[in-house]
Design a protein around this ligand. Sequence first.
Ligand code: NAP
Ligand code: MG
Length: 490
Amino acid sequence: MTQTVSPPVDDVLAAVPRGLFIDGAWVESGDGAVIDVVDPATEQVVASVASATVEDGLAAVEAAQRALPAWAKMPPRERGEILRRAFELMTARAEELALLDVVENGKTLVDARGEVAYAAEFFRWYAEEAVRLHGTVQTAPNGGNRILTLRQPIGVAVLVTPWNFPLAMATRKIGPALAAGCTVVLKPASETPLSALAIARILEEAGVPAGVVNVVSSKRSGAVVGAMVDDPRVRKLSFTGSTEVGRVLLERAARTVVSCAMELGGNAPFLVFDDADLDAAVDGAMIAKMRNGGEACTAANRFYVQAGIARDFTEAFAARMSALSIGPGHHDGVDLGPLVNAESRDKVAALVADAQQTGARTVTGGQAPQRTGFFYEPTVLGEVPGNAALLREEIFGPVAPVVTFTEEAEAVAAANDTEFGLVSYVYTGDLARGLRVSEALDSGMVGLNRGVVSDPAAPFGGTKQSGLGREGGHEGMLEFTEEKYVATDW
Ligand code: NAP
Ligand code: MG
């Protein structure tokens, strides 16, 4: 027996604006085009929102440029207080935002509530950081000159976000940009524009002046984002999404030498040593793999387990995975919602089929259930051969391949054998080993006896082809500034 929580989903959907948000006004697309938003649990269209044209995108850039001088000059304390009000409004509307997230993304209500809290925290954190943009004073080595540095807003920023955390990826960019004194144009993912529109409405209510935040949802992503990046008034591109699209945008940004922050794909290894606490490692594996149904850039993609603990770990992990119940994310007792769309589900199914053909053993799951919605069973694969495609590619679904190792060095080498470097996880009872392995892993973040690393106060980002720059923490605000050096002699 399942039961839908209040408030009713229809009321929540009805309250979300459907237009583009440009220069403080809600407007239709220049050519009337729309994006149909699909609930991945029902495969039904739940809303249609405006799909921006190139001209709409450029109008948003124009508005952001006009709003920039006054916003950059506004006292940081006032900018911070607007962000603080946005945090409070998000918190007050947490349940509505969570339901919206469930309906357009497919995640469970538990995950969605977690995302709302995480997303709102970026507004609170950057409300506090807005007043902490420091400069430096230094005596030059020759003893005469003084070296002064100051941080100024970089200018108009284009923000491009993915569908997997539609609220948090937006606030993780808007928060620091606004705190630093920049104005923005946000292009959310076409799968999940409603969350971004709901955030724009909240920022409007919080007192963000017209033109400071603009939202241009669009199915014509390449054309609209490309034209905005080509516009010399745009000085920052902050992108979160696939490495494939990130490469295209880095090339595009070269034309106008736009500063880029790139949060791209991952292929996180999860290492479990013989000396690990088994229960803690399984708990960590569940969250690292199954947060957001596996649709996270930080999702554990490959499990390397030492021979002495491999059987116990795999059995306990598979038991937990097979106990998860599948269904629409806002129904009570559901642990795993659908994937975002049919292509994602089919990609996961193809990766599992490939692994099975190369000789992997299916411990649990391994199929898409016969039902409406883009569901896939929680799956654990054992004895996965090194040539299986899912060890190299981002799975982005509820599938856990397990590989056994004997030596620490072998595990580290396998973990680092990827073009990605977002996050790695290590479970061990030996602190020295934990720190040694953390240093040796080539990734921007390490979860040491932790299955989740995301924290608005910490610098989030990757090495290698997982990206450039950091989001969150103080560093996240510096991404939206330019450092100016003033040479003087007093
Ligand atoms: P995606 O296909 O790269 O799309 C990301 C965003 O880029 C969407 O808004 C998309 O718009 C837009 N886009 C697509 N093609 C474009 C183009 N040619 N020019 C400009 N913009 C374009 O990624 P996704 O499938 O939404 O998200 C999953 C990926 O995001 C995964 O690889 C995941 O690892 C990564 N991710 C990384 C992080 C991180 O912090 N490192 C966090 C979350 C997700 P449309 O929706 O209209 O196509
Ligand atoms: Mg959808």
